[in-house]
Design a protein around this ligand. Structure first.
Ligand code: NAP
Length: 246
């Protein structure tokens, strides 16, 4: 039997939270990884070192996913150092200002839309260009349950951005299916990470979650890994909600 090539996956926002858990899970499931981070080089290097301990290859690249040149550099380094990219996890996200929309500043709203929407589009565009040449692949967009809940009083602009992520997932999946590229999303509910401006937010919301607790990053990582895997070969355009019933 011929040996399957090792998948090479780009994970944005891999330095902490959900992205770091995705890196750990993908390494365990046999991927080489190029992880992108924005500011915390030490955290990114620590994740990369733990991936390498599993025997997989990993590079940490500083890249602002909202910046076209940074995105191109990220994918170029991934392909040059790890081999043709077969997977993308669009995960780097920020909430922007917290509170009612009436109080939100325009620069903060723009930044949230830039990272969560333009950044996802730029990374997906580059992945599609590369995967079309190299024989296909899979993209997983980390969306949010906020896309359907709307996040009133917290960050309506962020929820709207994640609504756009769901829409791009559906549209792009149809656009590139015949190129051998699958595009899906995972929509997490409230997950314990440093994403929350108020660290107590996950516990404060626990009562309103049918399963009675916030989720853990590892509980999202398994869903991401499945969507990238051959087990999900007939899944495309899917938005998999992993939100404790919320
Ligand atoms: P997190 O703990 O705040 O981590 C965010 C990650 O994104 C960090 O690695 C950060 O890098 C990176 N990042 C931020 N802006 C970036 C940029 N412009 N370019 C590249 N990297 C950037 O967040 P998280 O909770 O893991 O969230 C991950 C994803 O899940 C996001 O898309 C978020 O919207 C989504 N989500 C989270 C929750 C939740 O409850 N936590 C729920 C639903 C959806 P540095 O540390 O280097 O800055």
């Amino acid at each position: 039997m011929s040996e399957q090539p090792v998948p090479v996956t780009v994970v944005t926002g891999g330095s902490r939270g959900i992205g770091a858990a995705v890196c750990a899970r993908l390494a365990a499931d046999g991927h080489h990884i190029a992880l992108a981070y924005h500011s915390d080089a030490a955290a990114a290097e620590a994740v990369a070192a733990s991936v390498r301990e599993t025997g997989r290859r990993c590079l940490a690249v500083r890249a602002d996913t909202a910046d076209e040149a940074d995105v191109d550099r990220l994918f170029e380094r991934a392909a040059a150092e790890l081999g043709p990219v077969t997977g993308l996890v669009n995960n780097a996200g920020v909430s922007g200002p917290v509170g009612p929309l009436a109080d939100a500043d325009a620069a903060g709203i723009r930044r949230a839309l830039d990272v969560n929407v333009v950044g996802y589009l730029l990374c997906a565009r580059r992945a599609v260009r590369d995967m079309t040449r190299t024989g296909g692949g899979a993209i997983v967009n980390v969306s949010s349950a906020a896309a359907t809940l709307g996040s009133p009083g917290e960050y309506v602009h962020y929820a709207a951005a994640k609504g756009a992520v769901d829409t791009m997932t559906v549209g792009l999946s149809k656009e590139v299916a015949r190129q051998g590229i699958r595009v899906n999303a995972v929509a997490p509910g409230v997950i314990r990470t440093e994403f929350h401006a108020d660290p107590a937010r996950p516990d404060k919301l626990a009562d309103g979650i049918p399963l009675g607790r916030p989720g853990l990053p590892e509980e999202i990582a398994g869903a991401v890994s499945w969507l990238l895997s051959p087990d999900a070969s007939y899944a495309t355009g899917t938005i998999l909600r992993v939100a404790g019933g919320r």
